[in-house]
Structure formats: structure tokens, C-alpha cells
Design a protein around this ligand. Structure first.
Ligand code: F0G
Length: 426
């Protein structure tokens, strides 16, 4: 139907479309990029990806584009907009292992150019915008997507519009969107309202939609797993645990695992766990209740504003991932999120609140016996510590309402003399 056997497919009906200017199927369903695996098996290998690792030849220095055959095989070098991104570190720290209760490591996606995992999907979706000759791009966001859209659009010379819930996104992220030059529309309502509006506005005004309903975002985000697998010398962990909001990332992770397995590059299928914040957990409730469809949470709440989402777009894909990998879902309180974050931070690694949901969730799944103590667990830290300094400082100052921080490290005020310093250090 299209070059290289690459097509879009409706994830529910399976109806195929050529690769063209669309983000949803004719029926309004979610699409995914589908490959001809027989053709791919002929051209990709661990050796090919290892040979490109550390390359200074564009675009292979990117931890996304190194896997280009599995990311966007139709993109030519001249289309690619790359910072470059990916190649994030995997941290093992004894304190983290002790806290989680298993052999845990943290993959730090906050080390991407704009400080979150969103850059991996954005480099690909912006590349597609360039390939299609788009001039303007748009997204709804709890903050990180808007920062990433703004930065990549600026690099590509496109104009960007970001739809953000008024007063609900962390300052680090808002400052990025403004600084990179996005037109910021503050919506009276929450993320779900902004998401509805941006889909309608994009259709009517010809803006190219860059939320994770855009199948190219998912293609780029798959590289978290490819990068991880290569980093672990092509040995899969037992579990990969991710925070879950709009459910794009968990969908990408499952697709990456499936494709690596189809290509014979995977030694075993890792189990995937998605972790939601207690006040914003419609996906958790759907899976736990064995319901077939998602019931939206009308009034999502959580200190982890990045995942304060009541009506996640990609729940069908995410459900399939949990089933396919024999995975799990978990729900964690704001207290659990912020205490886990304090532990990650005190390892010298650091992350934003939503990211720590993965660590809090892994701990809870170990305590419940779902993850075994001997399992190798990778927790994905999705965003940088500096994204939301207010949450961090207010935790340590014990100013987060309803929370009693277990690991508070509050500053002390002293007069400028050594006697006082000695007193406080004693
Ligand atoms: N962690 C962080 C730091 C995020 O910013 C997000 C989503 C998630 C986890 C959840 O990922 O939505 O793919 O399930 N942030 C989006 C945004 C919604 O607008 O920045 P997901």
C-alpha cells in the first residue's frame, strides 16, 4: 500500500491506511504505524544498532534515530529535526534498591534536551510535520509536551500553539514553553478540556496535532525501550515500570517490546507496569474492575500535575500492553509519590513528582508480591527534578497540604557566625 510496507492501522478495526496526512482513522479511532517485519528482519540487527552507537554521523548520535528503521523509515536526513535526544543514563543505587525492595534501576528520561521523555516522540512527530510541509503545530499539555513542542518547533522554524490548563502546570515547564516562543493558550478547565479543544481546533484550523494520539509520537517514544535494551547488552529486565497519564508512553513501551520480539532481538518479554496517581486513576480502576471500557475521572487530582489526567486518550492501546506482557497496574497516593521522589532525589538522581510514581508503584508491587524481590526492575523517570521546584521545596518545607513528608530536608536560618554553623553541624 505504501513504500517499505509501512502503513497506518486502526488499532481496533485493523483497517489500513497509507502513510499520509492524518492522525486518526476515518472513524476517529487511534492509529498505529505498522511494519512489514519480513522486510525489516533483512535490514536490522543488534550489530547495526551497536555500530551506530556513539556515532557522530547525523542522525545516529541520537538515541532515537539510531533505530530509524523502526522509528520512521520514510524520513530522509533532510527532514529530521534532532537535538539530539535519548541516550539517557540507567542508574543503579543501593538506596533505590533498598527502597523498592528489588533489583531496581532508574532510566532517567529527564536527561533529554528539554528535560523529559517527550523529546523522543517529538523529534519524530516534528520531523513528520516538516516532511508534510506543515507550518503550524499544536498540542494540549500538562507541561512537558508543551515544552518539547515549543523547542522542536522553534528549531524547525515552525510556529507552535500550546493549550495548557490555566494555573495547573509546573513553572519550569511553563517557562520553557514561553521562552521557546510557543503561543500559550491557558484554558479555563483541566487537561482533558484542553485535549478536546486542541483536537477540534487542529481539525478546523489546519494545525498539525502533536499529542500522543499522533502515531509518530509513539514511534519515537518506543526508543526508550530500544535504548534500554541496548544499554543492558540486549538483555531484557523482568519489569519496566512507568508513570501513566494519557497512556501514550506505556503504549509505546508495549509496541517496542512486541516489535523487538517479532524481529528476534529480545531474549524474553519484560512485564510492563503502569502507575497512576490515586486521584487520577481511571485506567487503574478499569483494569482492576475488569471493565472493558474506560470511565473518565471528571475531577482528576494529584500533586503530580504531569499525570493529572481523567480521560486518557490511549487507554485501548495501554490495556492491550498490560494484557500482552502479563503486566500490572498500580495506584499510588500523593504521599507515596513525594516520599519516593525524595528518595530518588537523595540518591543524587532526582526527578519530578510524576516520575517518582514509577518508583512508588514498583515498591508497592514488590510489597504486594506481584514483583518478586529477585526481579530486575527498571523504573522510568520521565522528567527532570528542575521541572517542578515548587513541589520539591514545598515538600521539604512541609507545606504540601495533607502530606507529612518522611524525608524532609528543610533549610535552617542562621546569623552569619561560625559558632552558629558549628552548632547546626554538630
Ligand atoms: N511523566 C511525566 C513527567 C509526564 O509529563 C507525563 C505526561 C507522564 C509521565 C505520563 O505519560 O501521558 O504518556 O502516560 N505528560 C503529558 C504532557 C500529558 O502534556 O506533558 P503518558
Amino acid at each position: 500500500m505504501d513504500s517499505n510496507g509501512v502503513v497506518f492501522k486502526d488499532v481496533v478495526s485493523g483497517k489500513a491506511y497509507p502513510i499520509e496526512d492524518r492522525v486518526r482513522s476515518d472513524e476517529g479511532g487511534l492509529l498505529e504505524v505498522s511494519y512489514d517485519f519480513d522486510a525489516l528482519r533483512e535490514c536490522v540487527s543488534k550489530e547495526l544498532f551497536d555500530k551506530r552507537l556513539g556515532s557522530r554521523t547525523f542522525p545516529y548520535g541520537s538515541g532515537v534515530w539510531r533505530f530509524r528503521e523502526l522509528i520512521h523509515p520514510l524520513a530522509e536526513d533532510k527532514h529530521i529535526v534532532s537535538r539530539p535526544e535519548g541516550n539517557t543514563n540507567l542508574y543503579a543505587h543501593q538506596k533505590l534498591k533498598t527502597y523498592v525492595g528489588a533489583s531496581a534501576a532508574a532510566k532517567h528520561e529527564g536527561e533529554n534536551p528539554t528535560g523529559s521523555f517527550k523529546d523522543r516522540g517529538m523529534t519524530v512527530a516534528i520531523t513528520e510535520a516538516v516532511r508534510l510541509g506543515k507550518r503550524s503545530v499544536a498540542c494540549a499539555s500538562t507541561g512537558n509536551t508543551s515544552a518539547s513542542v515549543a523547542a522542536y518547533a522553534a528549531q524547525a522554524g515552525l510556529s507552535s500553539v500550546v493549550f495548557i490548563p490555566d494555573g495547573e502546570i509546573a513553572y519550569g515547564k511553563l517557562s520553557q514553553a514561553l521562552a521557546y516562543g510557543a503561543r500559550a493558550l491557558q484554558i479555563q478547565g483541566n487537561f482533558d478540556d484542553a485535549m478536546r479543544l486542541v483536537e477540534d481546533a487542529s481539525k478546523q484550523l489546519g494545525l498539525y496535532l502533536l499529542n500522543s494520539v499522533n502515531p509518530w509520537r509513539i514511534e519515537g517514544q518506543k526508543s526508550i525501550f530500544f535504548d534500554l535494551l541496548q544499554q543492558r547488552r540486549w538483555k531484557a529486565p523482568d519489569w519496566v515500570v512507568v508513570p501513566a497519564g494519557n497512556l501514550g508512553n506505556i503504549s509505546a513501551l508495549g509496541k517496542a517490546i512486541y516489535e523487538m520480539d517479532e524481529l528476534g532481538l529480545l531474549d524474553k518479554i519484560p512485564r510492563v507496569a503502569g502507575v497512576q496517581a490515586e486521584g487520577s486513576n481511571p485506567f487503574y480502576r478499569m483494569i482492576k474492575g475488569s471493565e472493558q471500557a474506560l470511565s473518565a475521572e471528571e475531577h482528576p487530582k494529584t500533586v503530580a500535575t504531569a499525570i493529572k489526567i481523567g480521560n486518557p486518550v490511549s487507554w485501548q492501546k495501554a490495556k492491550a500492553v498490560v494484557e500482552y506482557t502479563g503486566g500490572a497496574v498500580e495506584s499510588v497516593s500523593d504521599q507515596e509519590i513525594m516520599d519516593a521522589k525524595a528518595v530518588v532525589d537523595s540518591c543524587g538522581i532526582g526527578c519530578e513528582p510524576a516520575s517518582a510514581a514509577s518508583v512508588a508503584g514498583a515498591k508497592k508491587l514488590v510489597d504486594a508480591g506481584v514483583i518478586s524481590e529477585s526481579d530486575e526492575v527498571v523504573c522510568v523517570l520521565t522528567g527532570n527534578l528542575l521541572k517542578d521546584p515548587d513541589a520539591t521545596v514545598n515538600y521539604h518545607l512541609k507545606k504540601l497540604s495533607g502530606l507529612s513528608p518522611k524525608y524532609s530536608n528543610a533549610p535552617v536560618k542562621i546569623t552569619p557566625n561560625v559558632k552558629e554553623v558549628r552548632h547546626y553541624l554538630a
